[in-house]
Design a protein around this ligand. Structure first.
Ligand code: SF4
Ligand code: FES
Length: 250
């Protein structure tokens, strides 16, 4: 029975501010195939039923990070979520929590884009080497030290799962901290102190109460909750060391 189809009910969040000031849910009865993901069903709606449905996607293979939505209450990549796992339905699809909705399932991620540069997610060198000095080589162990944190695809599932970000939008948030950690742990980088200045301040790592949901929903096993806890340990050690510095009296 190759290509046999059944149907599933999608209950989709719609918000079209130009015609309706209040959001509503629209129901679609979608024929699907055994190997379809939620994104395939949304694409079917857009191609065959209602071309005005708005949502983001690009790679369809868990790489670009753009297809994150809330499916049955959970933040997921819709290109990596099987319909079969959600049967018998209906399947409810909402935008990611914590971000203002622009239209339908499209959230405004500008807040993250504004926060990200504050943690300086790039290699900072004390002194730049001349180009003719050649590559800065790393051992496999040195790459392994930061590799996990470099897997982030900026999908924002961790922000959508974080109850602190929902209550305290100024919190710099899990992915930004994980990316800061990615560069701190890179043997070529000398920028940890500059990043610590940002992350040990208000709305940095100390806003996190270690709910841990960010790591649970992360599709790339980045473990932002672990990155935040490591950062807290480093910040605490730095503070103790500063107390012991000569010239500092108690
Ligand atoms: S840390 Fe994980 S959940 Fe958060 S943005 Fe990166 S890949 Fe997505
Ligand atoms: S479409 Fe790229 S991660 Fe889902």
């Amino acid at each position: 029975m190759e290509n046999a189809v059944d149907t599933v009910t999608l209950k989709v969040f719609r918000y079209r501010p130009e015609t309706a000031p209040e959001p509503e849910y629209e129901t679609f009865e979608v024929p699907y195939q055994e190997d379809w993901m939620v994104l395939d069903a949304l694409n079917h709606v857009k191609d065959e039923m209602d071309g005005s449905l708005s949502y983001r996607w690009s790679c369809r293979m868990g790489v670009c990070g753009s297809c994150g939505m809330t499916v049955n209450g959970e933040p997921v990549l819709t290109c990596a979520t099987y319909i079969e796992d959600l049967l018998p339905g209906p399947i409810r699809i909402d935008p990611l929590r914590g971000f203002p909705v622009i239209r339908d399932l499209v959230g405004d991620l500008g807040d993250f884009m504004a926060k990200l540069p504050r943690v300086k997610p790039w290699i900072i060198r004390k002194e730049e080497e001349p180009l003719d000095a050649g590559e800065t080589l790393q051992t496999p162990e040195e790459v392994g030290a930061f590799r996990q944190y470099s897997m982030c695809i900026n999908c924002m599932l961790c922000y959508a799962a974080c109850p602190i970000y929902e209550m305290e939008p100024d919190f710099i948030g899990p992915a930004a901290i994980a990316l800061a950690q990615r560069y701190n742990l890179d043997s070529r980088d000398h920028g940890a102190d500059e990043r610590m200045d940002v992350l040990s301040r208000k709305h940095g790592v100390w806003d996190c109460t270690f709910v841990g949901e960010c790591s649970v929903v992360c599709p790339k096993d980045v473990d932002p909750a672990g990155a935040i806890q490591r950062y807290k340990v480093t910040a605490t050690m730095d503070w103790f060391r500063s107390l012991l510095r000569p010239g500092r009296s108690g």
